[in-house]
Design a protein around this ligand. Sequence first.
Ligand code: ADP
Ligand code: TRP
Length: 332
Amino acid sequence: MTKRKTILSGIQPSGKLHIGNYFGAMRQHIRMQNEGDAFYFLANYHSLTSVNDGNLLSEYTMDVVLDYLALGLDPEKCTFFAQSDVPQTTELAWILGCLTPVSLMEKGVSYKDKVANGLSPNIGLFTYPILQASDILIYHSHLVPVGEDQKQNIEISRDLAGKLNRAYDKELLIIPEEYIVKSVAIVPGIDGRKMSKSYANTINIFDEGKALKSRVMSIQTDSTPLEAPKNPDTCNVFALIKLFADSETVLNISDKYKGGGYGYGHAKKELLTLIEGYFAEAREKRKELEKDPDYVRDVLHHGGIKARKRAESVMEPIREATGLFRSFIYEP
Ligand code: ADP
Ligand code: TRP
């Protein structure tokens, strides 16, 4: 029997999750829980690079847990946990950091992007890829489903695994395969740029009622008059419709664009209905879960125990190989 592959991915609880996060990451995570030994975590150490308010970070963390569970993540099928329940992650990150040339971090595009977008240029942000490498390597992960924007960080983790193995002449870490989710292009935000919480152009997954309507109605479009035929392929509203509608509906709406007499307002209303239908079940489920905080905490508690056990089994040989003195046995 071939060994089930270990799949690992994480998401930062640093704001409300939006439909770009859903189609670009979460949907794949939920699908892949059936395809291997999946580990999914809330990257709250990473969130400290941008969130410095304790209450806010715990609130975002609980929000993301509820979002994932409501959208179909099944804690019986995967290990779902908080990064901070596995302190071995930061321990390994330090060891990897001692093998990382500064020049490798200086090439990081994500650091430059984030600073350009107003995040404070702290050391945590600068060395973020080392912590991410540790997240991946500490579970001996094989597959890391991520969006295109994370490609460089995965390459860095492969590089660092090789450096540690070579430095101590032992296969202490597994080199993960790359796994870039190609199924979804970048989801546009309401202003047409990449949807991102840094651009305040998001439609959040669990927005509803007036809040949802006002976001959808403010999607930017061009000024083609209602009567004139329109090109669906250059329209932000249509790009979003394609994510939510089945192929027949997409074709039908595309014909309406091309036929004229169909305004952007009509398209926005159709999009609103589609979004509401798509997430209806998840919304109900989320409301039920909100009433049961003990269950939610329990999920993370059990996930944390499993993840920590695995991390400890990878960490112990590394402590030994690196010659780090321990006067007691660490209880995972
Ligand atoms: P944000 O840009 O809102 O801060 P993150 O960088 O935290 O989002 O992204 C978390 C995950 O969601 C990543 O795996 C990323 O690939 C995916 N993602 C974020 N925004 C989009 C988007 N607009 N389109 C597709 N995927 C996205
Ligand atoms: N950097 C990822 C993001 O912004 C989140 C993340 C942290 C991650 N650690 C990870 C993703 C490990 C995959 C594997 O989306």
